[in-house]
Ligand binder design. Sequence first.
Ligand code: GTR
Length: 422
Amino acid sequence: MAIGVALVGASATALPAGANDDEAKVPAYTLPDPLRFADGSTVRDASAWTTRRRAEVLRLFEEHVYGRSPGPPAKMRFVVVESDPQALSGLATRRQVRVLLDGTEGGPAFEILLYVPNAAPRPVPAFLGLDFDGNHAIHADPAIRLSTAWIDKGPGVVEHRATDASRGTDAAAWPVERILDRGYALATIYYGDIEPDRPDGWKGGVRARFGPGASGAFAADDWGAIGAWAWGLSRALDVLEQDPDVDGRRVAVIGHSRLGKTALWAGASDPRFALVVSNDSGEGGAALARRKLGERTEDITRVFPHWFCSRYRDYAGKEETLPVDQHELLALVAPRPLYVASATEDLWADPRGEFLAAKAAEPVFRLLGAPGPGLEQWPVAERPVGDSIGYHLRRGPHALTAYDWELFLDFADRHLRPAPPR
Ligand code: GTR
């Protein structure tokens, strides 16, 4: 997976100089209580959370972390640009859908690649996730349209454009046949279609066309790139809701790393997502900022200044002053099922901090009656735990692997099938 900016590939053995990878150096910290209103009073029941506290927490994340995103665009429409009912040797129906965000052919647009399993009874549940290198990189299927968008770098990418040599280069992260065999549709979009991932990327993305900062004068709480990518996921869900083969009420949103942060923000801000999966999402994703282990707000806002709202920079080096921590982002998913996955060598993402955030989100899930046993201690590697909140720690580096997918599919089987009653 091409992830091409500085500080990339940091691992247990090679964290950038000065980064803490030592549990003993984690400072004492107190997490904000998700079940306490801003005025100090206690959230006593599910209705107090659902009608008032949830909105309060969501607003804090908008104002301090990801920024505010606009609603759906008025004139959006979509066109099926390619389809084949016998794709992948008859295993799936493939559709490639161009989403015209302002309704015009020349306007901002992104392309959804959708595979629907032919053997499964329709409408099927689906996984929806952004991809790093273009839809054509997730599988060698020669009919996948080659992206013409800007791509930072990666196998087969020449002068920031994909070539045929880029086809299938991310296939290890996308076990397409396995997902289809298990009865799920898969939909993906190249994240750079929504906004190119670089500090000036907004000029070529949806933030230049929609929302309050369209002139480039972003307020401290206007959306950043993660907000834009998450908004794109919601627009893709708008489209999937209209697809007769997909059950729009059973769409899981999934993402790895920066796109795991994005999946969490999409799932937190758009309650239509039925299940949320974060893989190795780390700082600004599932990991607790206050632990100050691995990547810090200072690192992320310096190297990726465009990802968050600009106010987030105020917390660089001062994570303890954030009015929220990331367990509250996870709590926004409740009572919908949430899966957090970590990897043993991914210290840059603070795997233990990802687990502890999931654990600290549990009181909200419990208050809302989410079923099943909770999380106990940080489990040893490769022993998946939890019910409403699933968690596993994979052995190995920062990556999305077939092993991770297998556990996400097991989790989805428990929560998305059979179809919830209408
Ligand atoms: C790193 C970044 C992480 C993570 C990762 C990725 O460079 O520091 O927060 O998002 O990129 O997206 O692979």
